[in-house]
Design a protein around this ligand. Structure first.
Ligand SMILES: Cc1cc2nc3c(=O)[nH]c(=O)nc-3n(C[C@H](O)[C@H](O)[C@H](O)COP(=O)(O)OP(=O)(O)OC[C@H]3O[C@@H](n4cnc5c(N)ncnc54)[C@H](O)[C@@H]3O)c2cc1C
Length: 385
């Protein structure tokens, strides 16, 4: 592959070994129980997969974005939800700390986050207005030397297991609908009085992402817990969200590849009247060819975009496009994989239908593809693509 080099191959081999020896044996069990994979998450930290792009001075490997994509793709082939938890930790919460934090805050939080000693969550979405920040109502008011937070967030990943929540709250009378100023980010440690952590929701897919609600009732945190400029965290959120959308490219690619590999193997093995399904039915082999074609198109788009990112481009539109295309391709490939299996494809223990469930959530979690299409349209119109 044109995007591989010696350094990346070394890391890729260590990811493959991690997945083979530690992830694959428990993947179906995590999907069945919906338990957040704490041990695997911590192990990913030990192996350096949580701080891939974090500079070495803050505990990371200082590697490039393409290396991160390779790691995510490889893990997603076997356990997509682990990459989702990694994204909420490293890209959403970690990304905001990296962009907005003071050098002291970065040392204090990014270093343990990179090794997995500290788990991060990012609380932005609210029940009213979804991801439309103008309608947010969680407030932070300065009272002497402390901020007091009141409000709630929904559908937040890594809850319960997180040691630190990066939370977005309104710090003005209202969020300005034009400039979008008035929102600030805060660091809220788990266990703070007034921070309520709900139970993870029972979801269609991404079982084990520990996604649910958190609430704030007179929740007091020190004045120094403000992350970045007062009222001005939104530009950084736009960039950290872009990193997360980009990551949906390799994660979706991994999901599609995982489903495709199972379907191909099954089609070659399952026999009807002495013939493998692959040899007996043209429709089966043509399905596989189309799936293969979609996967290779997505791979080309993913690694071309990550190469641009490594050249310093922000990839605001392309990053969002990776999420849109990735969701489409992974959902299509996983759906066809179930069809190629026939009846056993619908059985949870077979392990193929979970790829479809995870792909479906990919089109919503983090941002709906419909909302992203409009953002991409705006970027194209302003020639920012
Ligand atoms: C598994 C999972 C994990 C998540 N993890 C986190 C997390 O860690 N942190 C966090 O802050 N949030 C998280 N979220 C929340 C996620 O970001 C939101 O669900 C997402 O942004 C959509 O918002 P909503 O659910 O309120 O849907 P709504 O905004 O109510 O939208 C509903 C539907 O309306 C349509 N729609 C909405 N807006 C537009 C638009 N602008 N243009 C066109 N159509 C539109 C779409 O079809 C959309 O699916 C997570 C969600 C899920 C499902």
């Amino acid at each position: 592959m044109w995007f591989l080099n010696e350094d990346r191959e070394v890391i890729l081999n260590s990811v493959k070994e991690f997945v083979r020896a530690e992830v694959a044996p428990v993947a179906l069990e995590i999907d069945r129980t919906s338990e957040f994979p704490v041990d695997l998450f911590k192990r990913a930290g030990e192996l350096g997969f949580l701080g891939v792009t974090v500079p070495a001075e803050y505990g990371g490997s200082g590697a490039d974005q393409t290396t991160l994509a390779l790691i995510l793709e490889e893990i997603a082939k076997t356990l997509p939800v682990l990459t989702v938890a990694m994204g909420a930790h490293s890209l959403l919460a970690g990304g905001l700390i990296q962009m907005l934090g003071t050098p002291e805050q970065k040392k204090q939080y990014l270093v343990p986050a990179a090794t997995g000693e500290m788990i991060l969550a990012c609380g932005s979405t609210e029940a009213v207005g979804g991801d439309n920040q103008v309608e947010f109502s969680t407030r932070a008011v300065l009272d002497g030397e402390e901020w007091v937070l009141d409000g709630s967030k929904v559908l937040i990943s890594n809850i319960g297991v997180a040691d630190m929540y990066v939370v977005v709250a309104v710090t003005a009378d209202a969020v300005d609908p034009i400039t979008k100023t008035g929102l600030s980010a805060f660091l809220v440690p788990a266990g703070t009085a007034g921070l309520g952590v709900g139970r993870p929701e029972h979801k269609l897919g991404w079982h084990g992402s520990a996604t649910g609600s958190i609430s704030f009732t007179g929740c007091r945190i020190p004045k120094e817990s403000l992350l970045g400029p007062l009222g001005g965290c939104l530009p950084a959120m736009f960039v950290s969200a872009t990193a997360e959308f980009l990551s949906c490219g390799p994660v979706s690619l991994g999901i599609a590849e995982g489903a495709y590999a199972m379907a191909l193997e099954y089609s070659l093995e399952r026999k009807q009247q002495g013939q493998a399904l692959f040899d007996r039915f043209q429709v089966s082999r043509h399905k596989l060819v189309r799936m293969y074609g979609e996967i290779e198109s997505l791979r080309a788009l993913v690694y071309a975009t990550y190469a641009e990112r490594d050249r310093g481009e922000l990839c605001l539109a392309q990053g969002r496009l990776l999420k849109v295309k990735g969701a489409e391709v992974s959902e299509y490939v996983a759906r066809e994989a179930i069809q190629l299996f026939g009846g056993v494809g619908t059985v949870v223990e077979t392990g193929v239908e979970r790829y479809w469930r995870d792909a479906k959530v990919m089109a919503i979690g983090g941002a709906s593809v419909e909302a992203l299409m409009d953002v991409i349209a705006g970027l194209i119109k302003r020639k920012l693509a």
